[in-house]
Design a protein around this ligand. Structure first.
Ligand SMILES: Cc1cc2nc3c(=O)[nH]c(=O)nc-3n(C[C@H](O)[C@H](O)[C@H](O)COP(=O)(O)OP(=O)(O)OC[C@H]3O[C@@H](n4cnc5c(N)ncnc54)[C@H](O)[C@@H]3O)c2cc1C
Length: 502
């Protein structure tokens, strides 16, 4: 016998996770998604004879059977892990800078050795830095799983590294242990994943997120992240939940400052005392609920924060294997120079970027595309605002101009690339906005500045009774692993509240 109705708005990863956990724990779940396919950013698309991964470069927090991470355990709890095949990616990342090209493996010792091989004088500092990151990560895992009062009382004593990291930028933190500016740039080269350069990025976030990759290794999902989203839908339906695709929510019904249900685009009205929004909190509060029903303080807190960066992607199906072009690894960051603040400033301009990444999807999965072909994707993190200012009649021209400039840059690193392109598709922040509904096409919600670390993020409990959030904009933040964790935190809050009201 099902206990309570819950409506979930949006089938991105946070919504899917919340819906799966709720359905498997006795709640009656209706999940509404405006798109025809589930997954939000976690999806794929087909052009010609190629299927493209839309978003995922590297999935964190899985780990091999002997060292499973939190993300794998969460997927097990959702009944999803056993439906999927996860393919390990051999290395964490590779970087090209003007003076060197380096590959950083995962594994604490292996990563330390690689950094130190390139910068032998800094060996001690590198080891200290990685040890510090590992401690912050372990303490975060401990704090995140705290449930009893005694666990919380112990936090100030047991989580000193985590608490000490809270006010630090990445640049300030790493400068305590290493000096060489080129090593610093290499150490931080993955900053694009988190959307801010080291001078502005939260050290807490960087340490936790990178540690998850180094400890458990990065993974690719066989069948793309669409397989992940589809597995979630299957699991939700197996547990009795209802997934309504191509039917968004147009209104959340609120009476006396508490949620009463939703009205869908197709006119369904579903009564519910609990609504989990995978849709971002800005659109939820302003459009689905209406500012008049939201406490001013909460609206202020939304206004105080800035959206994170979006992406410009060039998806390419090539008529030859990647190794014919000299590309070996999965994830290769390309840098014009070492000035990451300047690389960040460039993201506010439309055109050639000084920092971007090329992903080779056939590296982890040789069957990713038809025989003797490969799929490569160029991704540059960019801000959505300049794209929103382009007049519609100039959009295609600007998009093609930037794609052409980025392809010229890529040709310098991968000679012969352009002549092997069989299929090409380009996405911009406007594509992200249209597809996900996220303001500015942001990929990880609010930016991860010093106050945007996972500890200080907005709560999963919304500003009015019965409203919860599970998405990249709230605790613990964005990215695949964090968005799914956010859905799990929303589930935990509902479970607690429903027990109280039982
Ligand atoms: C190009 C790209 C590359 C990325 N690479 C990585 C990576 O390598 N590793 C990583 O960890 N992360 C990566 N990310 C980030 C990651 O994809 C996101 O942070 C994460 O998927 C966000 O999940 P979410 O739960 O917030 O939902 P979202 O993906 O934002 O989806 C929200 C969903 O809600 C739906 N919705 C909105 N409004 C309504 C409504 N009114 N009614 C019904 N439905 C609604 C939308 O249609 C959408 O399906 C990448 C993102 C992009 C775009």
């Amino acid at each position: 016998m099902k206990e309570k109705n819950v409506v979930v708005v949006g089938a991105g990863l946070g919504g899917l996770t919340a819906a799966a956990l709720l359905a498997r724990n006795g709640f009656s779940v209706d999940l509404f998604e405006k798109n025809t396919t589930p997954g939000g950013y976690a999806c794929s698309f087909v052009r010609g004879r190629f299927e493209f991964e839309t978003s995922l470069h590297e999935l964190s927090g899985l780990g091999p059977p002997q060292n499973r991470g939190g993300c794998y355990r969460l997927l097990e709890g959702c009944g999803v892990a056993e439906k999927l095949e996860f393919l390990p990616i051999k290395d964490f990342y590779s970087s090209i800078f003007p003076d060197f090209r380096v590959t950083i493996p995962h594994g604490w010792e292996q990563a330390a050795e690689s950094y130190a091989r390139q910068f032998p004088k800094e060996k001690g500092g590198i080891e200290a830095l990685l040890k510090w990151m590992k401690r912050i990560f372990e303490e975060f895992v401990m704090v995140a799983s705290a449930e009893r009062a005694i666990d919380f009382i112990r936090i100030p004593v047991k989580a000193t590294n985590l608490l000490g990291s809270l006010g630090l930028s990445v640049e300030k933190a790493i400068s305590r242990e290493i000096n060489d500016s080129k090593l610093k740039a290499l150490f931080c080269d993955i900053w694009g994943y988190y959307g801010l350069p080291p001078s502005l990025l939260s050290w807490t976030l960087f340490a936790i997120a990178n540690a998850s990759y180094i400890e458990h290794g990065p993974y690719h999902i066989k069948g793309t992240s669409q397989a992940l989203a589809d597995a979630f839908v299957e699991s939700i339906r197996e547990a009795g939940g209802r997934v309504h695709l191509n039917n968004g929510v147009k209104k959340i019904i609120v009476e006396n400052m508490r949620v009463k249900g939703v009205v869908s685009e197709q006119g369904d009205e579903v009564a519910s005392d609990y609504v989990v929004c995978n849709a971002n909190p800005i659109t939820t509060c302003l459009e689905l609920i209406g500012a008049e029903n939201i406490p001013g303080k909460y609206l202020d807190s939304l206004c105080r924060q800035r959206h994170s960066l979006s992406t410009f992607n060039i998806y390419m199906g090539l008529n030859c294997p990647a190794k014919n072009l000299g590309l070996e690894g999965h994830e290769l960051f390309v840098n014009d120079d070492y000035n990451q603040d300047e690389h960040y400033r460039q993201t506010f301009r439309i055109g050639r970027q000084k920092y971007w990444v090329i992903t080779n999807y056939n590296h982890a999965d040789p069957e990713f595309s038809p025989p003797d072909t490969c799929v490569l994707v160029i991704t540059a993190v960019v801000d959505g605002a300049p794209w929103m200012r382009i007049s519609p009649d100039k959009y295609v021209e600007e998009k093609n101009r930037m794609a052409s400039e980025m392809l010229d840059a890529a040709e310098e690193v991968v000679p012969g690339l352009k002549e092997h392109i069989e299929v090409i598709e380009v996405s911009t922040p406007l594509t992200n906005i249209r597809f996900s509904g996220n303001p500015y096409g942001s990929i990880v919600g609010f930016e991860y500045g010093l106050l945007g670390n996972p500890v200080f993020k907005l709560s999963n409990k919304g500003p009015i009774k019965g409203l919860y959030f599970g998405n990249a904009w709230v605790r613990p933040g964005g990215g695949f692993e964090a968005a799914m964790s956010s859905g799990a935190l929303a589930f935990r809050e509902i479970l607690k509240d429903s027990k109280k009201s039982a």
